[in-house]
Ligand binder design. Structure first.
Ligand SMILES: CC(C)(COP(=O)(O)OP(=O)(O)OC[C@H]1O[C@@H](n2cnc3c(N)ncnc32)[C@H](O)[C@@H]1OP(=O)(O)O)[C@@H](O)C(=O)NCCC(=O)NCCS
Length: 206
């Protein structure tokens, strides 16, 4: 289904949701309590599929049963929401993970250090979005592009920005202008097709 790095796990949100009883049973107690408290169905679907993708990625790496793995969220003021891994209830800062959702897909990437991962489906975005999201330099790189080429370039830039936001751990609490290629990090990018749409991915490591 994809050309993603081997340590990225990808799931269909609809498929996970269709088997939600089985997957909810595979959550840790803390995750189950969080899932049960979510009121908006879309958010429940995304949450569950993101946890399952993250557990798959971690299981591939350390061979641990799903229920022993908890993907929690940082409660720190600065990095609020950043996923944190616990095994048997003990936080494991050495096991870094980043989660993304786009359309029907949820994916999770292991890091081996700080990691930020993002998935974006290529689609047309309004020009007003570009003016808000991108720096002068980024806008200049788009200037001569039109049509599909432009849609791909905009999606690619945005996907990288989200991955950088997650790598930094601050999300969009940072200004978009600060979310540019970090000096001492490695950026990987790619694309694959899913049900007729092009999906871009970006990962920041290091
Ligand atoms: C991180 C952020 C850029 C992701 O954007 P998004 O549109 O939700 O996109 P994605 O689906 O690709 O990513 C969601 C995942 O990002 C991760 N994430 C959330 N906050 C994060 C942070 N501070 N650092 C790293 N990763 C984070 C979570 O794993 C989340 O999935 P989960 O909640 O199911 O675990 C955005 O959620 C954000 O800025 N969050 C922090 C600030 C905030 O809550 N602002 C309110 C909206 S501006």
């Amino acid at each position: 289904m994809s050309t993603l790095p081997a340590d990225v796990a990808l799931v269909s949100i609809a498929e996970v949701w269709a088997h939600r009883e089985t997957f909810i049973a595979a959550l840790s107690e803390r995750e189950r309590a969080i899932e049960a408290a979510i009121r908006i169905e879309k958010r429940r679907r995304d949450f569950l599929a993101g946890r399952i993708a993250a557990k798959r990625a971690i299981q591939r790496s350390i061979g641990c049963p799903f229920a022993r793995i908890s993907i929690l969220a940082s409660s720190d003021r600065v990095t609020h929401g950043r996923p944190e891994v616990a095994i048997d209830g003990v936080l494991r800062p050495d096991l870094t993970i980043s989660i993304s959702h786009s359309g029907d897909l949820a994916a999770a990437s292991m890091g081996g250090g700080r990691v930020g991962f993002d998935l974006e489906t290529v689609e047309r975005r309004d020009r007003s979005f570009e003016a808000i999201a991108f720096t002068e330099r980024e806008l200049a790189s788009l200037r001569s592009l039109e049509g599909r080429t432009r849609d791909v370039a905009v999606t690619r830039l945005w996907c990288k920005k989200e991955a950088i936001a997650k790598w930094k751990g601050v999300g969009f609490r940072a200004a978009f202008s600060e979310l540019v290629d970090p000096d001492r990090a490695r950026i990987e990018e790619g694309a694959f097709h899913f049900r007729g749409s092009e999906v871009r991915w970006a990962r920041v490591l290091g």
